[in-house]
Unconditional design. Structure first.
Lengths: 412, 290, 358
């Protein structure tokens, strides 16, 4: 479970060599890793653990963080919110880690967040999600709706038409994302041909397919989540729905284009901050490194890259703060230039929301499920939280805001 | 024309829901109705059928044979489990819940460890057709036919074959059947195997239309239980009419109020039916007859 | 009548035919265990103390299920419904009322009361409708699944009660922990030593009260119903009322678990009422031995701690090992591991085992 001792030893050797280590405390920097390696979410999350392991190995081989080796404390949370509660307490109280990388589903994040807040821990959430977490104890490296939809929806409306139909998972992520889509469609002078919410775990879509065909939209926004709901694509293809699709979750997370038989995902457009098909030298080198360490990885998804970057960002913060102390780290973030050149391009942490800017790639799935990138947007910022009044450099509300429930709406 | 296409659409939706309920429930109905075992590992037999079918197709077998292979393997696994574990639980139906839940945990996680987090699908065959404004999948019609055919074959097995007659005798009065020279132990194994094979058949039939992951069985289990409970102990007097009624309820509510209403409606229907008919439709029909 | 109900007479019911353990030996052991439990925080770190509170939280639901299923013979597969109702009720009440003046404890009582009321209504429907056996399990399971699916889609701002947003599948957070009003600053019961003692005290009280209950006339009738409902009915007992009574009390305890869990983690989620959550209490109770309160209690703690241990050290094989343990336990020890293992040493338990395996 812990890092192989050899790499720790190697790093310790480096530590001794660099007797000028700036940090007074000795011993490794401990990083808690709580991810779902079994259960329903395992498809998308095993890669996150691998990303963290890869980054930790590289960092340790290169001398650790400010001369201190990085030690991982990993637990399998089994896609179960209760395990997050148990293990978040364990890593913070027992293992006394300096930082935690945790969580796939938003529910799991909300389950552990009160515990992180209680112990004033520091947690990285490396997942794309519905946005809105304004909490100084959290750093979010995943993409949020304003980054994915403000790019995707206008592009689709221009290309295919202004009549939009949304099908979304019937829970927080789906409902809030659907609200974003609705607002952006309206802003751009379009109309909603329909909206349908699907309970999690539903796997049969005949009626939904018919509703879509009845509404005759120009394109379809699919915000389906979980392995059961992914069955939609196969069933829609066999009923010959044939509409162009837009999504913020598919391909980039669950690599449906690899798992399903072509052409069920043909003509789907996805905004993602990185996937393994991204074609630039940095990205290619990253994929190569990954495949050398994990040759059996079915797919390297955006969350895997987020997790990998996050380790390096943490390294940078600690080295600049000269400490793992959270206040010192937040002072570094407040300087506003915690940035790095990632496989996807340049990314920076926004001090107000502690979310991350991204390069957003528009991935198009072809008839044979190959990926092309018709458009790339550089440096898309997570602006929304700042706009509605979240400023973590000034105060820490430890809350999650939504488009219909935030300080701006309530007049505060 | 509009009326006709609307009517066809409703029939298609109901038939689709009916096929799903019948196929997912009949394996459970055989095991629960005939043996009194509550099989929480039902979903994992479905998983087994789906994975075997998909692998067989990828190895080049034609789909129908692959599906039968899936059913066969699931059936054999079922018989093996019956021989080793389930047979100790016949006098303790409530304990069977815990044991089969344990088996389900082993199977799901074991599949994840051995075969990885996902398996590539094979794609749905046969394409689509159009009625009025709507496109439909031909394969869904195949599923409906398969549901009806399964019921017919089961009816033949239980009324026309020696195994069926012995099975019913064994289940009703085990000690007399045994005294009359029936190998009841074998009958129990075969019955459990049949139930598992039916679950495998369901998995094989739905494999081309679904995401293949170790937890996929869960998508079937709740619906299967609901159908079996509303139906009661007998497959023909209970499960089939229950599936028909629930299909109408579900398709109606889903098209009227959306998927959530369809899901909740199904569960509320169970509570209401059990309140009115504590022994399910089977009990109701038998009482009417008597 | 007044004399029979006097507190002394009630204390005599602490031991009796329906509970394992009697005499000085048992109560000596009981006192030792309670004393050790009281001393434990002196030696353990904050994590272990808080983690034990977490384990204790679940035992109330298990004890309630033992009463309903082990003693009453009615398997409820949906105790999580009451767990969830009470958890959400606690969240809604405390978010609206705040944590001053001991209002968190008022909310605790109100939330448990609400879950008991819900159980009363549902139980009336079930037991007076003569639903029994497996069907009872399926109906209660359906109820908890309906609640789960309903709560999962309450993410929108329209789903709020007062200032408390239900917040859908992501779960409701932000409710205060239990808080004791105290001159010079309220004591907030975070998962730490103070909460440990409070929960431990509740557990001891509930355990002893249940012992009295099952050894009373009520308990004897309940066991008679489990053994043979027809016979109990012929003897003139209205079995529906006894089963309903047990169901309401057991579900109230599930509600207590729900409140304590919610206050412990400041969080409650619809998946607490889902399929896998609903199966867990059944597993805990079955492994320990459902037909006795003491074995249920220790079985629950054992399974909780064991599964957590496996998840920590077993990596991805944890779930497989858990499954194997469950299967082996039920096959090898049908009356639960404690009674089976104990029967190796005790004649009385051997007799009991024989009786139960018939």
């Amino acid at each position: 479970m812990h890092k192989p001792t050899t790499s720790v030893l190697a790093a310790l050797g480096t530590l001794l060599a660099l007797s000028t280590a700036a940090i007074a405390q000795e011993g490794p920097i401990k990083m808690g890793v709580l991810e779902d390696q079994s259960g329903d979410f395992a498809v998308a999350t095993i890669g996150k653990v691998h990303g963290i392991e890869l980054a930790a190995e590289e960092i340790n081989a290169a001398g650790g963080i400010a001369g201190r080796p990085l030690e991982l404390v990993t637990y399998d949370t089994q896609s179960d919110n209760r395990r997050y509660q148990e293990f978040m307490r364990r890593v913070l109280q027992r293992d006394k880690v300096d930082v935690v990388f945790a969580g796939f589903s938003s529910a799991s994040r909300e389950a552990y967040r009160p515990i992180v807040d209680q112990f004033k821990g520091l947690a990285f959430y490396n997942n794309q999600y519905e946005g809105g977490v304004c909490d100084a104890n959290m750093i979010v490296t995943g993409a949020v709706p304003e980054q994915q939809f403000s790019t995707l929806i206008p592009y689709m409306m221009e290309k295919y038409g202004k009549n939009v139909y949304t099908i979304a998972a019937d829970y927080n992520f789906g409902q809030i994302s659907a609200e974003w889509v609705r607002d952006i469609v309206k802003e751009n002078g379009g109309t909603m041909a329909g909206e349908e919410f699907i309970p999690l775990g539903v796997s049969q879509f005949s009626q939904t397919i018919q509703n879509i065909q009845k509404a005759k939209p120009d394109f379809l926004v699919t915000l389906l989540v979980g392995t059961a709901q992914a069955s939609y694509y196969e069933q829609a293809a066999s009923a010959d729905v044939g509409l162009p699709m837009a999504s913020s979750v598919n391909v980039g997370q669950g690599y449906e284009h690899k798992r399903f038989q072509p052409p069920s995902l043909a003509n789907m457009y996805v905004t993602t901050n990185w996937i393994e098909e991204v074609d630039n030298p940095a990205s290619k080198a990253f994929v190569e490194k990954w495949r050398a360490k994990f040759p059996d990885e079915p797919y390297i998804n955006q969350e895997a890259e987020n997790s990998y970057i996050a380790v390096y960002l943490y390294k940078q913060m600690v080295e600049r703060a000269k400490s793992t102390d959270h206040d010192a780290i937040r002072k570094v973030i407040a300087e506003g230039d915690v940035c790095m050149d990632a496989p996807e391009g340049r990314v920076c942490i926004d001090p107000k929301s502690q979310h991350m800017s991204h390069t957003i790639y528009l991935a198009k799935v072809g008839e044979d499920h190959s990926i092309s990138f018709p458009k790339v947007w550089d440096d898309i910022k997570p602006y929304w939280l700042g706009d509605v009044g979240c400023d973590l450099t000034k105060e820490n509300p430890e809350a999650q805001y939504t488009p219909s429930d935030n300080p701006m709406k309530s007049g505060g | 024309m509009d009326v006709l296409s609307g009517l066809f659409s409703f029939l298609y939706q109901t038939g689709d829901a009916f096929a799903f309920l019948v196929l997912s429930a009949c394996g459970l109905a055989v095991i629960f109705g005939m043996m009194g075992i509550i099989n929480l590992a039902h979903g994992e037999f479905i998983l087994c059928g789906a994975y075997v079918t998909t692998s067989a197709v990828q190895m080049g077998l034609p789909l129908p044979i692959a599906i039968l292979a899936g059913a066969l393997v699931a059936g054999l696994v079922g018989m093996l489990l019956e021989r080793t574990i389930i047979r100790h639980l016949y006098s303790r139906p409530l304990d069977s819940i815990v044991v089969t839940w344990g088996i389900s945990m082993i199977a799901t996680q074991g599949t994840l460890i051995l075969l990885g987090s996902t398996m590539p699908g094979t794609g749905t065959p046969f394409g689509s057709f159009t009625v009025g404004d709507y496109g439909y999948s031909v394969y869904r019609l195949v599923l409906m036919l398969a549901a009806v055919a399964t019921l017919a074959v089961l009816w033949l097995i239980f009324t026309r074959t020696r195994f069926g007659i012995l099975a019913r005798a064994t289940i009703q009065v085990p000690h007399i059947a045994e005294a009359l020279g029936v190998n009841t132990s074998l009958i129990y194994s075969l019955t459990f195997g049949l139930g598992a094979a039916l679950a495998g058949l369901c998995g094989g039939l739905y494999a081309p239309t679904m995401t293949l992951v170790p937890t996929m069985g869960a998508a079937f289990v709740v619906e299967a239980f609901v159908t079996v409970v509303v139906g009661g102990a007998d497959i023909f007097l209970g499960t089939a009419p229950a599936a028909a009624i629930l299909a109408v309820v579900k398709a109606g509510l889903t098209s009227w109020q959306g998927q959530l209403a369809g899901q909740i409606g199904l569960l509320v229907a169970v509570i209401v039916v059990i309140r009115i008919l504590p022994r399910g439709l089977t009990g109701f029909i038998l009482r009417e007859r008597a | 009548m007044a004399l029979r109900n006097s507190p002394i007479a009630a204390l005599r019911l602490l031991e009796g035919p329906q509970t394992l353990g009697k005499g000085p030996g048992f109560w000596g052991g009981f006192t030792t265990i309670v004393a050790l439990a009281c001393l434990y925080p002196l030696f353990a770190d904050g994590y272990d103390v808080g983690n034990n509170v977490y384990f204790f939280n679940w035992t109330f639901m298990a004890l309630g299920l033992s009463l309903i299923w082990g003693y009453g013979g009615a398997l409820s597969f949906g105790q999580t419904a009451f767990f969830g109702v009470a958890g959400y009720a606690y969240g809604v009440l405390t978010i609206n009322l705040g944590d001053a003046y001991g209002l968190t404890f008022v909310s605790l009582i109100a939330a448990v009361g609400l879950s008991a009321l819900f159980a009363g209504v549902l139980g009336y429907f079930l037991f007076f409708g003569r639903i029994s056996g497996v069907f009872l399990g399926i109906v209660t399971l359906s109820v908890t699944l309906v609640l789960e699916r309903f709560m999962s889609q309450t993410a929108g701002p329209e789903w709020a009660i007062g200032s408390a947003r239900l917040n859908g599948f992501n779960g409701m957070g932000g409710m205060p922990s239990l808080t004791i009003p105290w001159p010079g600053g309220d004591i907030v019961l975070f998962p730490d030593v103070a909460l440990y003692y409070l929960t431990l005290a509740m557990l001891v009280v509930v355990y002893l009260a249940l012992r009295i209950l099952v050894n009373s006339r009520f308990g004897n009738v309940l066991v008679a119903i489990r053994e043979n409902p027809q016979r109990a009915e012929m003897l003139g007992y209205d079995i529906r009322r006894y089963q309903l009574g047990a169901f309401v009390i057991g579900s109230g305890l599930a509600g207590l678990s729900g409140v304590l869990y919610t206050a412990w983690g400041n969080y409650i989620t619809p998946s607490s009422m889902g399929m896998s959550a609903a199966a867990l209490p059944v597993v805990w109770v079955a492994v320990g031995g459902r037909s006795d309160l003491t074995t249920t209690l220790f079985g629950t703690l054992l399974v909780l701690a064991g599964f957590q241990y496996l998840t920590i050290y077993g990596s991805q094989y944890a779930l497989v090992v858990m499954g194997v343990l469950l299967v082996v336990t039920i096959l090898a020890a049908p009356s639960g591991i404690f009674i089976t293992v104990g029967s190796l040493f005790s004649k009385g338990l051997r007799r009991r085992l024989k009786r139960e395996s018939v």
